[in-house]
Design a protein around this ligand. Structure first.
Ligand code: ATP
Ligand code: MG
Length: 382
């Protein structure tokens, strides 16, 4: 029977508080595989073992579960493995038969990667690799061995409970289990950047609470649906998330009119962004979050110059984290494609940020001017 081995990433290096990270990893992993069958999860030697319940009605989808685990933060790598008794002749016979079945092609160059985690096993890793490699070649003569540049690695790992054999393995999502670093409110537009920022925040262990601003009728129901879809795309990485939507229409209309009245249209965008952060403060307090995340990237647009960022930050009661601040658009796009948010983000619906944007936004706003304008507009009572 096949099982899944998921090896810890960075948390394998944790000291006294490793248990805290492990518990979260187990919880998040169990949730991720629950759609694919009933799995028992055990942990040993910085590895989680997922064993499908052997109930005949339970057609567990091992491959589906392994793919889902590939999106769970905290896991370094994942392999589907067959377990054999800790006995070399059995490995050479049954292990080889298993591989025969699993190889994607009969003409690959392979390398055996043997690991003896259980030092009581009488043969060391090089010996296991040599014997197992020779047995595989004897049974499958169209294969070749290439220890420097193999097409595929075949793993044989001697662990406490048996020898585990895998044909290849997948890189995990890395990072820290979601929830380990606390909570953060993510300002989620329908754009390309903020979903990637949410993904990166979750990667470092934050539970993300997405907050979206809309301005109907200037923004449409389809624009809201787009953000809902983006949230669904983030679930495999971030865990279950629930979108909060906040209405900016009245504020934006008043701000537009008042800015025009006092001939300060150029400040509209920064003033709007400060309002977004004040509203994010309220959500942070409500849900117990300790940071605000945005998808801003330095110099990408007028509101993302250093002076504009400084003016925006000043309205926040919490640290504002910007995972993408030093990322190029192409780097952000690469991640968006990988996490499958790119196509949805590219749908051409309007965002409240682009409603009433001035022709000439201030690139170099000064905080003292902003505070003065806000006082004049009595902004907190708009
Ligand atoms: P994105 O691709 O994330 O929309 P952008 O390049 O369009 O970013 P801006 O529109 O200036 O940049 O927005 C900067 C950040 O402000 C966004 O990354 C997001 O975190 C936040 N933001 C913008 N619009 C909204 C919105 N409607 N609701 C929530 N947050 C928003
Ligand atoms: Mg945007």
């Amino acid at each position: 029977m096949e099982i899944i081995l998921a090896k810890y990433g960075e948390i394998a290096l944790k000291g006294g508080n490793k248990r805290f990270f492990e518990d979260l990893l187990v919880k998040n992993s169990k949730h991720a595989v629950s759609r694919y069958g009933v799995f028992a999860v055990s942990r040993k030697q910085s590895t989680l073992y997922f064993t499908a319940s052997d109930n005949a009605e339970n057609q567990a989808d091992i491959r589906g579960a392994a793919t889902a685990l590939g999106k769970v933060f905290g896991i370094g790598n994942i392999q589907i493995a067959a377990e054999f008794p800790k006995d070399l002749p059995t490995l050479l016979k049954d292990g080889v038969a298993y591989i025969k079945d699993k190889l994607p092609s009969p003409t690959l160059a392979f390398k055996v990667v043997a690991k003896r985690a259980d030092k009581k096993f009488p043969f060391d890793s090089p010996h296991i690799a040599e014997e197992f490699g020779a047995a595989i070649l004897a049974a499958l003569p169209t294969l070749t061995v290439d220890v420097h540049n193999p097409d595929i690695n075949i793993y044989a790992e001697v662990r406490d409970n048996g020898i585990y054999v895998s044909v290849g393995r997948e890189k995990g999502a890395g990072g820290i289990p979601v929830g380990a670093s606390g909570k953060a409110v993510v300002l989620l537009s329908g754009g390309l950047d903020s979903p990637v920022a949410a993904y990166l925040a979750a990667k470092r262990g934050l539970t993300v609470i997405p907050l979206h601003f809309e301005s109907p009728p200037y923004t449409s129901a389809r624009a809201r649906q787009k953000v809902e879809t983006l949230c669904e795309k983030l679930v495999p990485y971030c865990g279950d998330i629930k979108l909060r939507v906040n209405n900016l229409t009245v504020f934006q209309e008043l701000l537009r009119d008042k800015c025009a009245e006092i001939k300060k249209d150029g400040y509209f965008t920064v003033l709007l962004r400060r309002e977004m952060l004040r509203r994010a403060n309220t959500v942070c307090a409500e849900v117990g979050a300790d940071a605000i995340i945005t998808g801003e990237s330095l110099a990408q647009v007028a509101s993302q110059t250093l002076p504009a960022i400084a003016c925006t930050d000043n309205a926040a009661d919490y640290p504002v984290l910007r995972p993408l601040i030093m990322f190029d658009k192409t780097e952000i796009t690469d991640i968006a494609r990988r996490i499958d948010t790119f196509d949805t983000s590219s749908l051409p619906y309007e965002d409240c940020c682009t409603v009433f944007t001035p022709k000439h936004p201030r690139l170099n706003p000064k905080l003292e001017d902003i505070l003065e304008i806000e006082q004049k507009l009595d902004i907190l009572n708009l």
